[in-house]
Each structure stands twice: as structure tokens, then as C-alpha cells.
Design a protein around this ligand. Structure first.
Ligand code: PLP
Length: 458
């Protein structure tokens, strides 16, 4: 691993300008101004460095996105070459560019067989906005204009645009700005530990899945357009559904006249050990939202993969789809994404992680369940979570929720490890190129951080 020297530590200057001028996403501004932001200056492999020279193992791959790891020169070269050749042109009005064409053909090759078409966006949120518009347009073209409602789940995260935040099931987001917008309904999430730990896990999975059936009946099948879900809820706390959950959802979607949308913004491109999370769970969605791992975060780009059932109607029966973004299929982002996908494919990064590192990671991660603060350790592939509890038996959660998670997260960073806290759930989603030695480092730092958190809590 390269031990690049840090840049000059301009930390306090950057921090004061940052506080003075920069409104950060998902940030409590008062708390940030009191403390000052951590300025990340460079990265290599699975590590990031801050402006103080601290080397930190990035257990979150940025925001669940740097699947390929940091510092792949091929991606920088692809961006540089494309910027010189054609830095920008759009795909509106019957134009296209070679990188957008190549990336769409590559996606058709690498995705499940029903997907031969992609609509490009600039982010996961834009992808889900596109989903909402596309499914309503589809049903209109099918002569069923009343089919408008999209059913999503409590605690889901589908983005921060108006449609993305509305589809999301997060109450704190809804409270800021009168969301959700009309035409969106939510059902319970398959969160066994958080919702019904006393129930048999697979019975609970069936109950959570059948909430979809009950909601369709309540709203009227003739009014429901689609069900959208992440194969594993990510930002909601890495909610791994019980084994009974997805087969039952599949059954319901097959019996009912609605579309199934998989939000694969996190689970796409290898996170669960398969190229897509839908393949891990045997789901065959009609639409798939993608972003993040598509370019490993090196460029902002997302998309909606459109299955034949929908594409045939849009192409065969639709006129102009009045939807698109200036940066849909941006040539530089597309060139970088295509290079990223070729590396993932040619170096078998997803398969290698699935065969070797992720079983090791999952085995070692579950050892953390023995720690007095940990009520559950769960995960699939290269994503995992720990539930922090005050007492395991009888079960007692921390109150108010979230304080201990934040404490533990801060201690982790002091110990050179990025873990994320969602309430009192600690999360990892590291680059897929993590080595076994780095798994050991991650577990050692996590254990030390849990011990220190327990000591500070007294
Ligand atoms: N969907 C899921 C499942 C996500 O996890 C995210 C972001 O974390 C989004 C959508 C939104 O993506 P973006 O932040 O690129 O808009």
C-alpha cells in the first residue's frame, strides 16, 4: 500500500472556510461548526488520509460506493482521455456519444438477461425519480392511468430529491418539507431485530412480506403501479431480510398486476457477492435503479435498467418521454464507469471477494457478537452491521437511541477506522478489494473501539 506523504496540514484554515461557506449534506450545522470538519485529502486502496496525516481504514468505501478501491489509475486515464476527446455532449434529441453507447452495451452484457436498456442519470436519487416517472408513464401507455401508487417500505432510503425522499421511509426526512408527495405508500420493513425480535424469524419475514399484499388490497390493485425495495436496506441499518421474505414478495408481485423495482444503488456491482443483489435473492425485477458502484464513485453517474416488459412498451407504444438530465450519460462519467466495469469483470473482483474475503469477513464479524455491547452481528457479502444494546438478556436498548452509536463511530475514527452509525447500529461496507489482513485490522480496530465505548459508558 502506498504511504504517500500528506499534503501540508492546512487543517484549521480549511475548517474555518468550510464552516463559513459550505452547507454539508446530512449534517447538523451547529455541531459541525463547533467541531470543524475532518478534511480528507487523499486515498489509496482501502485507506483514506485526513489533513492531519491520519491514515484511516475506510470501512464504508466512501458512501458505499468505492467498490474497486481508491487510486485506480486506469479510471483517471479514462477521464483524462475522454475530456480531451469530448468533454461534454448530451444524449437528447437523437444524439449519442461513444462512451454512452459503450456503457449501455456493457451493462446489457453484465446485467440479468431481461435488461437490454438503460436510462442514464447523474445519481441514485435521480434514478429513483426516473423510476417514479417511468412506471406511471408505462401504466398510462398500457391504458391503466389510475395505476400510480408506488409502495415502498418504512426506513428505506431511495435518495434525497423530492421523489427519492418521498419513496424513502425515513420520518425525519418526511418531516422537513411535507413529504411524502401524494401517490406513495409505505409498509413495514423486514427488520427482525428492531421490530419483532420475539417472533420466529421466518414467520416474521412472511408477515413483513404479506404487508405488501394487504397494502395492495387496501389501496386497490387497479391503483398500484409498483413496489420498490432495496434487496438489503442499506442506510436504514443494513437490514438483512429473513430467508422467507423475498420468495414471498416474489410470489405476491407475480400474482398481482404491479411492477417490481429493485433499488440496487448499494447492492449493485458486487456488494452481496453477486453482480446484483437481485441475483443473490433470486428476484427478477422489472426495473433496477443503479449508481454508486457503477463508477465506483470516481464520477457521478447512475441509471435505471429497464426490463423488456417495460422497454417494449416505452419503445413500441410511447412517443417522446419528456424526461432527462443535462448529464444523462455524461461522456466522461460513462467512460470512467465503463473502465470500472471492465476492471471488475476482467480482474474478477466480485467473484474473488465472494469466494475468499467476504466469507472470512462474515465469519470474523460474527465473532463481535460475543462483545457485551453487541446484541446482533449480521451481514451478507461485503456489507455488515452490529446492533449495540445496553443489555443482551433481558434485551434492553440504549435510550435515547443514537447516542451510543455516535460515540462508537467517533471512537472508531480515533482508532483509524471508518464505520457508520445508524441510530445504534454500526455498519461497514468496505471496498471489495479488502484483503484478509485488512479484515483482521478492521476487526481489531472495531473490537478496540467497542471496548473503549463500553469503558466510557461506565
Ligand atoms: N438508493 C439507495 C439504496 C441509496 O443507498 C442511495 C444513497 O445512499 C440512493 C438511492 C441515493 O443515491 P444518491 O446519493 O447518489 O442520490
Amino acid at each position: 500500500m502506498a504511504q504517500t506523504a500528506p499534503r501540508q496540514p492546512h487543517t484549521s484554515g480549511w475548517q474555518s472556510q468550510d464552516s463559513a461557506h459550505h452547507l454539508h449534506p446530512f449534517t447538523d450545522y451547529k455541531a459541525l461548526n463547533a467541531k470543524g470538519s475532518r478534511i480528507i485529502t487523499h486515498a489509496e486502496g482501502c485507506y483514506i488520509w485526513d489533513s492531519e496525516g491520519n491514515k484511516i481504514l475506510d470501512g464504508m468505501a466512501g458512501l458505499w460506493c468505492v467498490n474497486i478501491g481508491y487510486g485506480r489509475k486506469e479510471l483517471a486515464d479514462a477521464a483524462y482521455a475522454q475530456m480531451q476527446e469530448l468533454p461534454y455532449y448530451n444524449n437528447f434529441f437523437q444524439c449519442s456519444t461513444p462512451p454512452a453507447v459503450e456503457l449501455s452495451a456493457l451493462l446489457a452484457e453484465l446485467t440479468p438477461p431481461q435488461f437490454k436498456h438503460v436510462f442514464f442519470t447523474g445519481s441514485g436519487s435521480e434514478s429513483n425519480d426516473t423510476v417514479l416517472r417511468m412506471v406511471r408513464y408505462y401504466w398510462k401507455l398500457k391504458g391503466k392511468p389510475y395505476k400510480k401508487i408506488i409502495i415502498a417500505r418504512d426506513n428505506a432510503y431511495h435518495g434525497s430529491t423530492v421523489a427519492g425522499a418521498s419513496l424513502s421511509g425515513m420520518k425525519a426526512m418526511h418531516a422537513q418539507g411535507d413529504l411524502p408527495i401524494p401517490g406513495i405508500a409505505h409498509i413495514e420493513q423486514p427488520y427482525h431485530f428492531g421490530v419483532a425480535p420475539e417472533m420466529d424469524v421466518n414467520e416474521f419475514g412472511l408477515r413483513a412480506a404479506r404487508a405488501l399484499e394487504r397494502k395492495i388490497d387496501e389501496l386497490g390493485e387497479c391503483n398500484v403501479a409498483a413496489f420498490i425495495a432495496e434487496p438489503i436496506q442499506g442506510a436504514g441499518g443494513v437490514i438483512v431480510p429473513p430467508d422467507s421474505y423475498w420468495p414471498e414478495i416474489k410470489r405476491i408481485c407475480a400474482e398481482r398486476d404491479i411492477l417490481l423495482v429493485a433499488d440496487e444503488v448499494i447492492t449493485g456491482f458486487g456488494r452481496l457477492g453477486t453482480w446484483f443483489g437481485s441475483q443473490h435473492y433470486g428476484i427478477e425485477p422489472d426495473l433496477m435503479a443503479i449508481a454508486k458502484g457503477l463508477s465506483s464513485g470516481y464520477q457521478p453517474i447512475g441509471g435505471v435498467l429497464v426490463g423488456d416488459k417495460v422497454a417494449d412498451v416505452l419503445i413500441g407504444e410511447g412517443g417522446e418521454f419528456f424526461h432527462g438530465f443535462t448529464y444523462s450519460g455524461h461522456p466522461v462519467a460513462a467512460a470512467v464507469a465503463a473502465t470500472n466495469l471492465r476492471i471488475l469483470r476482467d480482474e474478477r473482483i466480485i467473484e474473488r471477494a465472494a469466494e475468499d474475503v467476504s466469507p472470512y469477513l462474515q465469519r470474523r464479524w460474527r465473532e463481535l457478537a460475543d462483545h457485551p455491547l453487541v446484541g446482533e452481528a449480521r451481514g451478507v457479502g461485503m456489507v455488515a452491521a452490529l446492533e449495540l444494546v445496553k443489555s443482551k438478556s433481558p434485551r434492553e436498548d440504549f435510550a435515547p437511541a443514537g447516542k451510543v452509536g455516535t460515540l462508537c463511530r467517533d471512537i472508531c475514527v480515533e482508532n483509524g477506522l471508518v464505520m457508520r452509525a445508524v441510530r445504534d447500529t454500526m455498519i461497514i461496507s468496505p471496498p471489495l478489494v479488502l484483503s484478509r489482513e485488512q479484515v483482521d485490522e478492521l476487526i481489531e480496530k472495531a473490537t478496540r473501539s467497542l471496548d473503549q465505548a463500553a469503558t466510557r459508558l461506565g
